[in-house]
Design a protein. Structure first.
Length: 97
């Protein structure tokens, strides 16, 4: 998903959009991935297991899991990827611009 996420961040620069990530990989692996994939968005480390506090709080059972939130913090879409993710984000941006 990194290439698609990277393209979203680039394409939506300057618009009301933020991509945030949570990762449960071991820290040394996460650092390598962040650099290799040119991740420019904020990503939190969740303790190195899928039972970390963020995943537990958000009821994440598998990776990757995606949530698209509106400006009020309401989850509007869950587990959308690729074009469906782009469409969901674009729809919310249009509603809020």
């Amino acid at each position: 998903m990194y290439p698609h996420e990277r393209s979203l961040v680039k394409r939506l620069k300057g618009r009301p959009f933020a991509l945030l990530g949570v990762n449960s990989d071991p820290k040394d692996h996460l650092k390598q991935v962040t650099k290799k994939e040119n991740m420019t968005w904020r990503s939190w480390w969740d303790g190195g297991t899928t039972d970390g506090p963020i995943a537990t709080r958000w009821n994440v059972n598998s990776w990757p899991t995606t949530y698209v939130l509106d400006p009020k913090g309401v989850v509007r879409y869950r587990n959308v990827r690729d074009q469906a993710l782009s469409d969901a984000v674009e729809k919310l941006i249009r509603e809020n611009e």
